[in-house]
Write a protein that binds this ligand. Structure first.
Ligand code: TYM
Length: 335
């Protein structure tokens, strides 16, 4: 986790805007854990971003703690990756402003994620509109080379490339690195229980750490078409199968596809198979999470140590950006 390492820098974040779900896991977190062995990894809990949808301080604190526990239980190793809270590095909000001053509003207006959120009823406040600028700041402040994200976030990385270029052109400098998005192999947008993208904002998730009745209720609630048990079904058009093939082994997934296509296999049975597969896949992580809950000091220590390491990188980079625009390299309160 050396900061002077010339290994490629990998960075990503997840919002504590609700309990983490299978879309987060298969779209991003599984890849984050795998990549911690392949570069200088920085992962953070995007609490500033979450303020665009969570405006309840107790709930926010609880969700931040949950995301920290979830990541550690799912295999993030603090000896390999720098893990921190976004808001512990306030320099990113400063860089957000510097980037906002070189970013055209047209670029932000074209944002799919912004348009989807507004179309799905989230109030279009300035923070939501500027969400991609804060995200660009996260990426650029740590000189990230590679940003592992789900498909829905790729446009934000492209916007980040544009913002870095606009900044360099406006000020005739080269402060940032050009980041590239990295998607998990075979990545798709994981569907939610209502067939839309699985999302914390749409209440259509299957939570990674749900167990027992709540888990059963979400899995059995996946919306399907009205084909009867005997009728042949198209697996690719079925959200149950789309999720099952991520969770189960390739052999088990192939078997479900064959049974659906043949007819005589109902959605109810497919859902039961999915429920069993989720329970099996996440049993070890649930055990680890239970152990971590009893050690809150450890979790807090990990986040603090991560913030110290991350902040020293961001201070340096944001200092160079300040200098490029003609501000003093550090604010007076830092000197
Ligand atoms: P968030 O919390 O919305 O999503 C976290 C990660 O999960 C992926 N994801 C999905 N992948 C596949 N199918 C789905 N249904 C699905 N839902 C979510 C997302 O693509 C993401 O990788 N804006 C970021 C958080 C962020 C960030 C950053 C990421 C803030 N700053 C800097 C990278 C770099 C987000 O979408 O969070």
């Amino acid at each position: 986790m050396s900061q002077t390492s010339d290994r490629r820098r990998i960075l990503s974040g997840v919002q504590p805007s609700g309990k983490l779900h299978l879309g987060n896991y298969y779209g991003a977190i599984a890849n984050h854990v795998a990549l911690q062995d392949q570069g200088d990894a920085y992962y953070f809990i995007a609490d500033y971003h979450a303020l665009t949808t969570v405006q309840d301080r107790e709930r926010l604190a609880e969700l931040v703690r949950d995301v920290a526990l979830d990541y550690l239980a799912l295999g993030l190793d603090p000896a390999k990756a720098t893990f921190f809270r976004q808001s512990d590095v306030p320099e990113v909000t400063e860089l957000t402003w510097l980037l906002a001053t070189v970013t055209g509003t047209g670029l932000l207006q074209r944002g799919h994620s912004y348009k989807d959120k507004v179309a799905n009823g989230i109030t279009p406040r300035a923070g939501l509109f500027l969400y991609p600028v804060l995200m660009a700041s996260d990426i650029l402040a740590y000189l990230s080379d590679v940003v592992p994200v789900g498909k829905d976030q790729v446009q934000h990385i492209e916007m980040t490339q544009d913002m870095a270029q606009s900044f360099h052109e406006a000020y005739g400098c080269e402060v940032f690195r050009r980041p590239e998005a990295l998607m998990a192999e075979g990545a798709a947008v994981v569907p939610g229980t209502d067939g839309r993208k699985m999302s914390k904002s749409y209440s259509n998730t299957i939570q990674i750490f749900a167990e027992g009745k709540p888990l059963k209720t979400s899995v059995m609630g996946i919306v399907t078409d009205s084909l009867g048990v005997d009728e042949p079904k198209d697996p690719e058009a079925c959200a149950v199968y789309q999720i099952y093939k991520l969770v189960a082994s390739p052999e088990a997934a192939a078997e479900m596809a064959t049974r659906l296509a043949a007819g005589g296999y109902g959605y109810g049975e497919a859902k039961k198979a999915l429920l069993a597969a989720v329970n099996e896949a996440f049993a070890p992580a649930r055990e680890r999470r239970r152990a971590l809950i009893s050690d809150p000091d450890y979790v807090e220590d990990v986040l603090r140590a991560g913030a110290t390491a991350a902040r020293s990188v961001a201070r340096e980079v944001v200092g160079r950006a300040r200098e490029a625009v003609g501000l003093a390299r550090a604010s007076v309160t830092d000197t």
